[in-house]
Design a protein around this ligand. Sequence first.
Ligand SMILES: Cc1nc(NNC(=O)[C@H](CC2CCCC2)CN(O)CO)c(F)c(N2CCN3CCOC[C@@H]3C2)n1
Ligand code: NI
Length: 181
Amino acid sequence: MKDITRDGDPILRARAKKVAFPLSDKDKQLAHDLMEYLVVSQDEEENKKYHLRPGVGLAAPQVGVSECMAAVLVPGPDDTILFKEVLVNPVIISNSVQDAALSEGEGCLSVDNDVEGYVVRHDRVTIRYQNLEGETKKVRLKNYPAIVCQHEIDHLNGILFYDHINKKTPFKMDPEGILID
Ligand SMILES: Cc1nc(NNC(=O)[C@H](CC2CCCC2)CN(O)CO)c(F)c(N2CCN3CCOC[C@@H]3C2)n1
Ligand code: NI
């Protein structure tokens, strides 16, 4: 398991480079490593054994690689999986006007301190990305999976979750906004 790049490292504030296809062996390994981290970190025993902070998403800059690639593994109720994918060169191509935020706020494996407040995001997004075979995919997401993907795509653009928290009124949410539990 690679160690995670921490806030303060300029790589987290850089725009990551587009990934070329066909994927190099290095990029194939990176995709595997990113997803493997999430799978292991979500397994009770394993994450204790490897002392991993649990994660539902992980972006390449967080393991020191400034490339446009992120893994997401969003669990649903009763061991279902809401969304599992390695997003290559992901772009949000459209979004709802309606905002949403996780009611518990957000954290980040690259940010050791807690930053309180609602991380205001779009409730629904349409994301275009390439899968590991290079096929262009388009997916419409809402609520929890949409929030996770926005957090990861932010990392590829040098944005961290607390950039979205209103300093003066961290827990203000516009009346149309949705709080996600
Ligand atoms: C919401 C949540 N954030 C966890 N951590 N933070 C992360 O994933 C960061 C990315 C997320 C922060 C908010 C949106 C995206 C990592 N980020 O920095 C990558 O850029 C969790 F771990 C977690 N879950 C719920 C599901 N549970 C299933 C069983 O295993 C434990 C797991 C815990 N939910
Ligand atoms: Ni993060």
